[in-house]
Design a protein around this ligand. Sequence first.
Ligand code: TRP
Length: 335
Amino acid sequence: MKEVYLTGITTSGTPHLGNYAGAIKPAIDASRRADTENFYFLADLHALIKNTDPAAVQQSRLEIAASWLALGLDSEKAVFYCQSDIPEIPALTWLLTCQTSKGLMNRAHAYKAVVQENEDSGSPDPDKGITMGLFSYPVLMAADILMFKAHKVPVGKDQIQHIEMARDIAQRFNHHYGDFFVLPEAVVDESSAVLAGLDGRKMSKSYNNTIPLFAPEKQFRKAIMRIKTNSQEPGEPKQADGNTLFEIFRAFSTKQQADDVRVRYEEGIAWGEMKQYLFEHLNSLLNEPRERYVELMAQPQEISKVLDAGAEKARQHSAPFIKDLYSAVGISAFH
Ligand code: TRP
């Protein structure tokens, strides 16, 4: 039996190096193996949680779709689709919601972080600004994963808790209704899973510290040059591990290349020189995909066609499965 890989990217914002390292690269690598089946999608329903600007959501859907294809996803082999094109996913979300304990959701890091912010700011309402979308975000994500019986889910470290929640929810459903769901596992590549951004914190849209994947070359170079470094002088030996420039380099290089750069840190490479080196390295990797990206962005209808075909393939799984699930919970035709 083939191993099923599945991952999604929330369509809010412009795709950045962190998306590539954490999800797209491991997912595309997995899709080139003969022993895997692959479901990769745009999490556009998740995008609505924090984003009420329709034009921004739409633009991001296009950019993220174009990025996957430009970076070499073979949409003939992988099933590549939009979450919103699969009506069975929101249907499954409800079935799972009815099996999800509220206490489990109370423990979600993303939810707790907002509650903490409210408390820190002295607000009398700890749930200020928190929608049910944000609160039940992990249930929708569980539906994404469980619908396609995924075994492996390539994600950044920050998403591990959500995968564990999907397992919990699946187990409870299976316990009540029979063995319907596969229990998924997160796949986290230690060397590249959570990239730091411009300011040294995790590269994330929410921190506004991302390095866009396909910015024009000049802008891309500028972003790299803006990465924060410390005041160590040229010639001073430097610590490679944990350094933002090094970690980004490592996420996109072979072990040998990374080891070579490690030596240069020990020899005291200047930050400016390292930035230039990192820029050249990434630029040579991204040059061709960037050209394809620009071409794809100019043909949005072609991207729609690819996604429509992907949704059709995905629904060959989801449509019969939701029927079985409805039937399992006691909703089916009368005979
Ligand atoms: N929550 C993920 C993120 O923001 C995106 C996502 C949605 C996802 N559904 C998923 C990732 C299912 C993996 C599997 O990065």
